[in-house]
Design a binder for this molecule. Sequence first.
Ligand code: HEM
Length: 535
Amino acid sequence: METLGRVTLTLTVILVIDFLRRLIRARLTFYKLKKQELPMPSWNPVLGHLQKLDESLKRLPKGCQATELFSLMSHDFPDTSRSFYADCWPFGNPLLVINSPELAIQVCQEHDLPKPPILIPFFKPFAGDGNLFVVNGKEWRHSRSLFNPGFSAAAMLEHMPHIITEAEAYVEKLQYHAKKGDTFSLDEITCDYMMDVIGVVTLNSHLKFQNGYNALASAMRSSLRWHCLPEEPNLFVRWNPIRPIVQAYNGYKMNRYISTELDKRYEEWKSGKATDRAKSVIDIVIADYMSQRQAAEGLDAEFKHWAITAIRLFLFAGHDSTAATIAYSCYLLSKHPDKLSKLRDEHSEVFGTDLSAATEILKQHPQSINELPYTTAIIKEVLRLFPPASGMRGGLPNVYLHDKYGNKFPTENLNVWVNHSALHRNPEYWPEPHSFIPERWLAKPGDPLYPPKRGWRPFEYGPRNCIGQSLAMLDIKITLVMTARRFDFKDKYAELDSSRPLRGISTVYGERAYQITQGAAHPADGLPCQVTLRG
Ligand code: HEM
């Protein structure tokens, strides 16, 4: 008993010392930054910026994404284009928050700062260790160069028929809800749909998750539900002992499923079957890999581990953000009937008024998807207002960022966060920043609406930009072409809120469909929705 007491005491002392050591390190970093009069909210040597964060939190709905918290705080820094330092330890690492295009260009393009370790625990449950998103240097370059050809715009166009097949199943699902007249989560059914698309495009595997159970897709979705951010303030969620067990089991299920699929793709490659259809990303990589090996040798364990990690990442990143953007597109169009009407007119001009003809035209002439300037403008505006992701980098010694006001920002020992949400709504760069104005994407230089250079960064720029952006844009365009003229969407937040009254603040920028973090940023409460078939 005495020994147990001593062990407990020793452990407690070690934990307390470690806590204090890390607290002092974090606060010292900010003490030095403050001495240089760098922009930051009022800072306390013990609490850092926790008090300020708490005050700002009270002005936001419960559960909304952390991005909004920092967007709110950014209003206090007009002289630095709203960029500032934030000391959130122990709920987050020291941050430099970037809200201007000039500084974002320096971070992601000019200095190409590395991905920081803080991303590793966030991505691990979805993609496992050492995935493309979090690695740097030679390891990243090697993987990215192997995957780039499979994600090229030309390769994506070849997948048009497969994407259309999945989109047809999505239309059927919407028709089912239209007939039933029920309220359903638009975000959820769109996630299932995008999971099917990414399964075909990257793994050549028909998951059919829209129609029922699939072990791989279910394990990925379960990982998302059980996920929490590394800085999750709710310690009961963060330290729930069941969580790592469920995540490990999900990881095991995903690995097993993908491993079997890889063996099938290898056998197809060997028999030459994979060559007469659009090649999935992994088909292209296997062909390249096998060109340097004897066929009989097969796929070795190291290759399989690397490929499984990558496919898991693609399944996560490829379904999640795109689904949220489709859901937000339907939502914003339903709120702006004039823009919806222009979009429908464009679709009728390009594809004719017979709705079923559009799919045939798309299959026969995939390039016709690139003849939709207004649709593209809509999507860009949706991504401006509701960017599902952002850019996170690690600062380096001797790397300083310079803004147009003459400020010089050190980056050493800091996570540098390009906050897309705040950047896209920064009034210094965007007139009417909170309004849905797709026309700004058709404006000519000199027009006040003309967008700022590199001010729109939902996919980021520079070497670490989004590898799947062509696919994402293609998915969203195809979905809009196949749904916008068939259905009317109507959000049912009012119905939800009357059945389960909300306490406190319920909107961000006046939007009830504010963004919450669920992997990427998704509409609150899954976007409850009703859909009706148009005459
Ligand atoms: C609307 C949809 C999407 C958005 C807004 C989006 C956004 C982003 C952003 C902002 C980054 C860079 C993050 C950073 O700099 O820290 C990124 C990277 C990445 N995205 Fe996407 N993404 C989308 C769809 C996709 C799709 C369809 C895929 C397909 C697999 C994908 C796969 C990836 C991967 C693998 C990376 C890491 C690239 C690297 O580090 O080399 N994303 N995405």
